[in-house]
Ligand binder design. Structure first.
Ligand code: ATP
Length: 299
């Protein structure tokens, strides 16, 4: 596990480079069980030309992995996902430094729909279903990059096999189904594009614990049975670390800690942070005594 306030300390905490590997993606590729499907390399994101939100974020998702992106409100999780899926320009944001490589290709010049065709799709925070369309019509919109036909019908049945609730509600107007069903509808729609990777933003937001459990279990199943990789932005640290293999903690637009999910779950700072309150007030990772101690080691 590593703690980092910037890229250099993040790299310092990683295992030594393999012979011949020089850059961070090369080194991670050399030490990960599978090659990366996604590498985010030291990116900066600026909104409105002046608001610097991400300050050198690097992360890697190996093929077939679930990776958690953790952090409090405003830490920069959604911004990171939108930077990857190229959705920032709609909010007057842009990646001003660094690079993002998906499935072996730099994605900077790719439009969001080209990225969907290449297998990378985002499920936005807040579900975003087409309220006036039925559940099934919503799902079918997810296959628009692929045209129609028998394959799409088969995929619809595949979605229904993972989300039986959606099958029951297939004719219902999406605006009137429950929040949990809308989350499933948004995820099912993403699945209709046959993604290699889903960028999933806060699926637990506003949902009852039982539904959160149900949705995360489906994420785990999709990963295990369909081989879909996930980058999962979550404030629900406990659930995210239960299903993820690896995790990154973002604070104020920087990765301050990363490591295997199990190690992160046992980390005192993560526990403190997860509980939210320490010594009568909310703590930051940078104030955590373990973080400070490790930071001294890394200095
Ligand atoms: P949340 O869980 O609340 O969505 P987050 O970790 O996803 O939090 P972001 O939504 O990425 O965080 O926001 C990171 C920072 O960027 C915040 O300070 C936020 O105010 C700012 N921000 C986000 N979108 C914009 C925008 N369109 N214009 C200006 N600032 C923005």
């Amino acid at each position: 596990m590593s703690v980092s306030s910037d890229r250099s300390s993040q790299e310092a905490a990683k295992p030594p480079p393999a012979p011949g590997a020089s850059s961070l993606p090369d080194r991670l590729a050399a030490t990960s069980p599978a090659p990366p499907i996604l590498s985010v390399n030291n990116i900066e994101v600026v909104y409105d030309h002046v608001i610097l939100v991400l300050k050198g974020v690097s992360l890697t998702v190996a093929k077939g992995q679930i990776v958690a992106l953790l952090g409090a409100n405003g830490a920069g999780k959604s911004t990171t996902l939108k930077a990857i899926s190229n959705l920032l320009s709609a909010e007057r944001g842009e990646v001003t430094k660094g690079s993002i490589v998906f499935d072996g290709e730099e994605v900077h010049a790719r439009s969001p729909n080209e990225l969907v065709r290449r297998g990378c799709i985002q499920v936005m925070e807040g579900r975003h279903c087409f309220a006036h369309l039925s559940v099934e019509e919503n799902l079918l919109t997810g296959a628009f990059t692929r045209g129609g036909g028998a394959a799409v019908r088969r995929d619809l049945e595949l979605v229904y096999s993972y989300f039986p609730r959606l099958k029951e509600r297939r004719g219902a107007t999406a605006g009137y189904i429950s929040g949990g069903e809308q989350q499933m509808c948004a995820m099912g729609r993403a699945l209709m594009s046959r993604p290699k990777m889903i960028l999933l933003d806060e699926p637990s937001m506003g949902l009852a614990p039982q539904l959160v459990e149900e949705i995360f279990k489906i994420v785990g199943d999709l990963n295990a049975k369909e081989g879909v990789s996930f980058l999962l932005a979550e404030q629900n640290t406990r659930m995210a670390l239960k299903y993820a293999r690896y995790g990154y903690v973002l604070e104020n637009g920087r990765v301050v800690l990363d490591g295997a999910a199990k190690a992160l779950g046992e980390n005192e700072d993560v526990k403190e942070f997860y509980l939210g309150i320490a010594e009568g007030r909310r703590k930051s990772f940078r104030e955590g005594k373990h973080y400070r101690r490790r930071k001294r080691w890394l200095a």
